[in-house]
Structure formats: structure tokens, C-alpha cells
Design a binder for this molecule. Structure first.
Ligand SMILES: [Zn+2]
Ligand SMILES: [Zn+2]
Length: 556
């Protein structure tokens, strides 16, 4: 929260009808960026922005340009054509050929949506990959499968939001790690399994907030230890002997160990009020190397920002979500390399408003899929003078209709809300609420697909036969089909890990539950009893939450 709240403005959110306030600090930044004040509360803004970022089900399809086969997370039924990424970036089509004349009698955003529906989407996001066809948002990676949002990864399966991770399965938001399994927010680790918020750990399982530990099992808040179980020190021999008694090859044992892990996290572990590192005059969570950033989450190397979720190298941005290398921009989603960009999605452009999928454009207004253009409106070329005049007229018309200053509507998002990044942050969202705002929802029913219910799988990995790789498995939660690949089976056997029972997207979402909390709650520091704000929902039942100073004194 901003310190100075003297000139706070109070508003009612147009979507959820809740009161929200705009602080003096926010007002200063809104003015600096030059955007209209929000009509939605902080959470409804993020919800809308991240609905433009799909977390879709992987599927096979074909290019609407060439008929070439492709694999995409874009839905089967789309409002727009899909081209392969290479085709999309080629000169085999021209976004300018879809340009339309502005019609002052019709809502501008309606005209923009009509245009948007004619412009193709690239089937995948990313570049410089080998063997990553079954992936999305993938950069400089090799041989990854059914994974999304990663850079510099190799041999990664069923994973999400990882950097420089190799030979791992089911890892979420992990960096610089190898041979890990079922981990969330773990860094610089090797052979770390079933762990959360841990760093520099080797050959360990069920660690919560541990650092530099080796051969530890079911521990919390440990530093520089080996051969510990439930934070009790053992000799090497006693440790190995005791470990055998846990039957780690059995799915049933792993399930009860996971319960124990949660129990210990709730009752015994000391939790930091936030996971910020080198955050000066800032508030939020998962902030690293930031200065003057307020109410931000998962932001690195940034300054003078407010209300930004997931970003890097941001400067003077407000309400910019999923924006990297972007400056002086606001009310934007998924924009990389933007400057003075407003009310835009998926665009790397400057001095522009209401763009979608525009690359390296300048002084454009309401355009889709353009590359390196200047002075365009609705994908139509104008002279500088004409552009400025028409832009002014459109803004005046939009203001009359109450459209100007709002982000693109839900109806312009790329697919169903329940298959978007937004649903990962707001899984409680109801279908009717999204349909009411013009958004999309898709109920996927795969009950027609034959497969083995996972309850029929052998409990122990030791009893799994080679033929399992040919068997379709059915997830008990979603009814969706999934498989076990050959390399995956080898990994499980090598590491004595039982087969998963749930679809990989369910597994990822289970990790994310603990890593995507945007709301802070009031607690008293477990040690000094001062009031703190922490990102742990009360229903998790965490007993020991500490302020930064006390955490450092007692744990780190
Ligand atoms: Zn709201
Ligand atoms: Zn304290």
C-alpha cells in the first residue's frame, strides 16, 4: 500500500461492484503514463488482462494458410484464423490488406474486434527451439514436452514457468535445476523432489524453505544440513535405513507423505511475510531487485511501477501485466519491449493505443497484427496529419460511448477464460460471470475417449510393466486422457517414483495454488507480534508467519 493516502479517490468496480481506491501514488503514475483512471478494481483488471493469455489444452490442428500440421494451445473453435509461427512472421500475408475505414456510427471497439477476427494468430509463442513442438511460450529450449513458458530448458516434461531447468518432470517456477520432480519455486537444485521454496538442495525430498541441504527428507527452514528427517539429525547409515521404511515407490505412501508435508508447513514451518529480495521502498511478493514498486507480484529488475504482475525490466508502468522490457506503459497485457503503450495486448510497440499482436509499430491506434508500421488506424495507412486528426475524433467518440481508457473487452480475448492464465490466478471464477462480460468458456468432455482409470494402476512403480507407455490413462478429476512416455517411465524407475494419477495440467495447477496468491492478509509476526501483511490465505492454517527482520534473525 502507498504511504500517502491523503488524496485517495474512491471508486466502484464496474465488474464486481466492490469499492476500490486509487492512492495518490497511483494517481501520479497514471498521470505520468497518461492513461485514464481505471474503472475496474485491481483484481478485475488482472483477471481481464490475463484472460488474453491462454493456458490452453494442447491439440493438433492445421494452418489456415497452408494446411500444414501444427500443435497449439489455441482452442479448436476460434474467432480468427491460425497460421504457423513461421508463416505468421513471413510476408505470405499482409495485415494491412484487412484495413478498414473508421465508421463513427459504430463503437470503435466493435470495429476493432471485427478487424481482429480476420487477422491470423500465430499457433505458438516463442523462438529458437528444437524438438519443442508440444510446447507453448518456449524460448531457446530443447526436447521439451507438454510444457509452457520456459527459457533455456532441456528435456522438460509437464512443466510451467521454468528457466534453465533440465531433465525434470512436473516442475513449476523453478530456475537452474536438474533432475527435479514435483517441485514449486525451487532454485539451483539437483534431484530435489516434492519440494517448495527451496534453494541449493541436493538429493532430497519434501523440503519446505530449505537451503543448501543434502540428503534431507521432510524438513523445513533448514540451512546447510545433511541427513535430517523432520528436522532431526541422523547419521548417514541411520538416515538411509529410516528412508527405506517410507516405501517411496508406492503412490499411497507418497500421498500420505504429502499430507504430512502440508501439516508441517501449517504447524511447524516459519513462513516469510514475502519472498522479496532486494526490494527497496516496494510492496508485493516475489520481487527481486526492484525499487519503488508498489503492489507488484513476480517482478524483477524494475522501478517506479504499480500494480504489475509478472514482469521484468519495467520502468514507470502501471497496471501492466505480463510485460517485459517495457516503459511508461499502462493498462497493458503481455507486451514485451513497449514504450508509451496503452490499452494494448501482445504488442511490442511505441506511442500507441489499442493494439493487439503488433510488432515494432509507432503511433498506431486500434490495429491488429501489424509489423513496423506508423500512423495506422484499424490497419489503414494515414499521413501524420490525418492520423492525428482521426485519432482525436475517435477518442472523442469513444469517450461519448464510455469506451476510452478501458482495456480490450473479454470478447476480444483469444479463447475460453477457463483455459487462460487468468483461471490459474482466479480458479474460483464462475462461468456465468465471464459470459456476462462477453467472455468465453469451454467445457471439455473427453468421456468418449477410451482409457484406463488411474485407480487401476499398480501402487508401486516396481510393478509397472513396459507396456504402460502404450496405455491411455484417464484423470479422475478432469476425465482427460494422458499418457506416460518412455523417457518418463525411465525417470520414474530410476528415481523410484510411482506413476502420477492426475492429468499434468491438474498437477501444475496443484503447484500453482501455492504460488499465485495475489491477495495479502493481515497477520501478527510470530516472534515480535507486530502487524504484517503476508500472502498466505487464512485457510492454509499457517501458524508461524514472521516479519522480514525476525525471519532473518531466526531462520536465515
Ligand atoms: Zn472488481
Ligand atoms: Zn517480527
Amino acid at each position: 500500500m502507498f504511504m500517502n493516502t491523503k488524496k485517495e479517490i474512491s471508486k466502484i468496480c464496474e465488474h464486481c461492484n466492490q469499492n476500490f481506491s486509487i492512492s495518490e501514488g497511483e494517481l501520479t503514475l497514471y498521470k505520468k503514463v497518461g492513461i485514464e483512471l481505471p474503472t475496474l478494481c485491481f483484481f478485475c483488471r488482472i483477471k481481464l488482462h490475463f484472460s488474453f493469455w491462454l493456458f490452453g489444452k494442447f491439440r493438433k490442428g492445421t494452418s489456415d494458410l497452408s494446411g500444414e500440421n501444427l500443435i497449439t494451445v489455441l482452442p479448436e473453435k476460434t474467432r480468427y484464423p491460425i497460421y504457423t509461427l513461421t508463416e505468421w512472421h513471413s510476408d505470405r500475408w499482409d495485415a494491412m490488406s484487412y484495413g478498414i475505414e473508421y465508421d463513427p456510427r459504430v463503437s470503435f471497439l466493435e470495429q476493432l474486434q471485427n478487424l481482429q477476427e480476420k487477422i491470423p494468430h500465430p499457433h505458438q509463442n516463442g523462438s529458437k527451439n528444437t524438438g519443442c513442438d508440444w510446447c507453448d511460450d518456449v524460448w531457446n529450449s530443447k526436447n521439451c514436452y507438454l510444457s509452457r513458458s520456459m527459457e533455456g530448458c532441456e528435456d522438460l516434461l509437464y512443466s510451467y514457468r521454468n528457466l534453465w531447468v533440465k531433465n525434470s518432470i512436473d516442475v513449476t517456477i523453478c530456475f537452474n535445476s536438474e533432475k527435479c520432480y514435483d517441485c514449486g519455486d525451487c532454485h539451483h537444485s539437483y534431484k530435489l523432489f516434492h519440494s517448495r521454496h527451496s534453494r541449493d538442495c541436493i538429493e532430497s525430498s519434501f523440503l519446505y524453505d530449505c537451503r543448501n541441504c543434502q540428503n534431507c527428507f521432510m524438513c523445513w527452514n533448514l540451512r546447510n544440513k545433511s541427513y535430517c528427517i523432520e528436522n532431526v539429525q541422523y547419521t548417514k547409515e541411520a538416515y538411509e535405513e529410516k528412508l527405506k521404511s517410507f516405501s517411496l515407490d508406492s503412490y499411497k505412501s507418497i500421498e500420505s507423505l504429502k499430507k504430512r508435508f502440508q501439516e508441517l508447513a501449517a504447524k511447524e514451518a516459519v513462513h516469510r511475510e514475502n519472498f522479496n529480495l532486494k526490494a527497496y521502498n516496494s510492496s508485493g511478493n516475489y520481487l527481486v531487485d526492484v525499487k519503488d514498486c508498489q503492489n507488484c507480484n513476480t517482478v524483477n529488475d524494475s522501478e517506479d511501477c504499480a500494480n504489475c504482475i509478472r514482469g521484468m525490466k519495467e520502468k514507470s508502468n502501471i497496471d501492466a501485466n505480463g510485460c517485459w522490457y517495457t516503459e511508461l506503459s499502462g493498462n497493458c497485457a503481455g507486451c514485451v519491449g513497449g514504450y508509451a503503450l496503452r490499452y494494448s495486448a501482445w504488442s511490442s510497440s511505441r506511442y500507441s493505443e489499442y493494439l493487439d499482436l503488433c510488432i515494432e509499430c509507432e503511433y498506431c491506434f486500434g490495429c491488429v497484427g501489424l509489423k513496423k508500421k506508423k500512423y495506422c488506424i484499424l490497419n489503414k495507412q494515414y499521413s501524420k496529419d490525418e492520423y492525428e486528426k482521426l485519432r482525436e475524433k475517435i477518442i472523442t467518440d469513444m469517450k461519448k460511448r464510455g469506451e476510452y481508457g478501458k482495456f480490450l473487452p473479454y470478447s476480444m480475448s483469444a479463447g475460453p477464460f477457463n483455459f487462460s492464465t487468468s483461471f490459474l490466478y482466479f480458479p474460483e471464477t464462475k462461468k456465468e460471470d465471464i459470459l456476462k462480460f462477453g467472455g468465453y468458456w469451454e467445457d471439455v468432455n473427453e468421456s468418449h475417449i477410451a482409457g484406463m482409470p488411474t485407480r487401476e494402476l499398480p501402487d508401486s512403480i516396481k510393478d509397472v510393466s513396459d507396456t504402460i507407455v502404450t496405455q491411455a490413462l484417464i484423470c479422475p478429476e478432469t476425465g482427460w486422457r494422458f499418457n506416460v512416455t518412455k523417457n518418463e517411465l525411465i525417470f520414474y524407475r530410476e528415481n523410484n517414483i510411482p506413476l502420477p494419477r492426475y492429468h499434468f495440467d491438474v498437477r501444475t495447477k496443484n503447484h500453482l495454488k501455492y504460488l499465485t496468491v495475489l491477495r495479502s492478509y493481515t497477520y501478527k509476526c510470530f516472534y515480535c507480534k507486530k502487524d504484517i501483511m503476508a500472502y498466505y490465505p487464512p485457510e492454509w492454517g499457517y501458524k508461524k508467519i514472521a516479519c522480514e527482520e525476525c525471519y532473518k534473525q531466526n531462520i536465515a
